[in-house]
Ligand binder design. Sequence first.
Ligand SMILES: NC(=O)c1ccc[n+]([C@@H]2O[C@H](COP(=O)([O-])OP(=O)(O)OC[C@H]3O[C@@H](n4cnc5c(N)ncnc54)[C@H](O)[C@@H]3O)[C@@H](O)[C@H]2O)c1
Length: 415
Amino acid sequence: MKKAIKCGVFGLFRGAAHITSILQNDGDVVAVCDRDEEKLENARKLLGDKVACYKDFDEFINHPGLEAVVLANAFDGHVPFAIKALEKDIHVLSECISNGTMAEGVALVRAVEKSKAIYMVDENFAFMKFNWEIKKVYQGGTLGKLLYAEGEYNHPEMPGDDDVMRRYRPFPKHWRNYLPRSYYITHSLGPLMYITGAKPIRVTAMPVFAPNPSDSLMGLDVGDRAAIITTLNDDDSVFKLTGCAAFGAHGQSYRICGVKGQVENLRDGTDRILLSYNEWDTPQGVNRQSCYVPEWNDKDSALIEASGHGGGDFLVAREFLTCIRENKEPVLNVYLATTMASVGILAWRSILNGSKPYEVPDFRKEEDKIKYENDYLTPFYGPDGKEPTLPCCSRPDYKPDPKLVEEYLNVVTKK
Ligand SMILES: NC(=O)c1ccc[n+]([C@@H]2O[C@H](COP(=O)([O-])OP(=O)(O)OC[C@H]3O[C@@H](n4cnc5c(N)ncnc54)[C@H](O)[C@@H]3O)[C@@H](O)[C@H]2O)c1
């Protein structure tokens, strides 16, 4: 029997989903941490009285025998907690993005390089069924050399949806109220990097400014509905990405184009794949074009099928716990994680500076670490209430309609 790795989960909104995935993969959840008593109570109901519940991270991380933690606290707040865990050689699965500032990306890489523990970022969309299949096709080699790929994460929410506002941005200084459209980058870029192995080296971006009607998932100050990002990669290919967009209809889509053909998932809410070759490059015995729903063909197919985010939640936990058991470096390691974060952060600088291109650093290199080690620019409020140092809208002078602001405040302060 596999040894049950003793895990803790920090942040119990998104973090609650991790509990199930850990248990399904022969992990044990021995401790949880959230400042919100109601969320701790829900965890107690799920895990029983044996789970230790903490409100303070420093007490939680000292829980006896803790071997691994999942960080599912605020989007821009993972690094200080990751460093505390890594200093104790406790393995870290961090929610996206890995780091909210460039300087924190450097600090995180330095901490991982010093630690004996494994670090992995939770990029679960890379493990969705269609992406699993797209990876298999691409790595089979029939598409030829990678030239171009698209990754789109599109998550509009109905304007004025009180429930969404209360759940996803429960107080005025919450990170989603100040989330620039390029920052939530991993669900578009992560799958492309995971599938192809290509690594962005330059980034440029344009905003789609359209504040009305306002989208309920993001704050009113955000103003934009999308960031359209392009990267030039280390193999001369180009990616076109969104961060978290809110245009057209909800969904996520990926397309990989080689010299000989292309593979993509359909934007119809199914897991269908469309695989197409040029007539002169179609492999023998294969149709020039095929459209199909892939199969998992995995020992855990039933659990994967039932798991959140198209099977991605189960598979991320399986990968993380397997890497710990086998002392293996995850593909979604700190270098891939910080490259993704750099693309999201520097795409925003590009937008604020007339779509100027930025070189994407490689934090394996000391000179790239030094360049960014003191760069703490951020569009978010600090945990101590410190003001943002960057605007969160592509038009820095944009101010939302005061009536809408008042409506939002009424919604989140109403019990
Ligand atoms: N991979 C995915 O599919 C996916 C989906 C949703 C969210 N996320 C990521 O998960 C993370 C959390 O997202 P969310 O929507 O749950 O955010 P959230 O801000 O709604 O929830 C964070 C939780 O952490 C707790 N918390 C934060 N700081 C704390 C502290 N210092 N001490 C104790 N408790 C603290 C809060 O009380 C809250 O319950 C983000 O990084 C987000 O990007 C990923």
